[in-house]
Write a protein of this length. Structure first.
Length: 123
């Protein structure tokens, strides 16, 4: 959806079996309003620096949620800890694996990277 918001294209993509990816609450609202009988399991919420209320909205809709950093878990653990009611066959929270460093292809958390991620609060 990030690249295309057109209702008919969204309906056709969904009918073809594709999953819709939304980065904001507005996109989630648009997807559910546009695609009849949209299955929440075929929607991924992949925000960047979203507000707490957006995560709460996504969980209330029952969509899959990804995290691109640990800040939301640190600041709003209660929002994520409530997701234990998800069916056992899927996780309520998905995390992305560490991405390669843009500086020579080394893992971002590697000491070889010039800009490693610092997450001292996680340890």
């Amino acid at each position: 959806m990030k690249a295309n918001w057109h209702p008919e294209i969204l309906r056709r993509m969904y009918a073809a079996g594709l999953t819709l990816e939304c980065v904001s609450q507005g996109e989630l609202v648009h997807a559910f309003a546009t695609v009849p009988d949209l299955d929440p399991e075929r929607v991924m919420f992949t925000p960047n620096f979203a507000a707490r209320t957006e995560y709460e909205f996504a969980f209330a809709k029952g969509v899959r949620v990804t995290l691109d950093n640990l800040y939301p878990l640190k600041m709003w653990p209660e929002v994520f800890s409530r997701q234990g009611d998800f069916p056992a066959h899927r996780s309520g929270i998905w995390t992305r694996p560490p991405q390669p460093c843009a500086h020579g292809g080394r893992p971002t958390r590697s000491s070889a990277c010039r800009f490693p991620r610092r997450m001292s609060w996680w340890h």
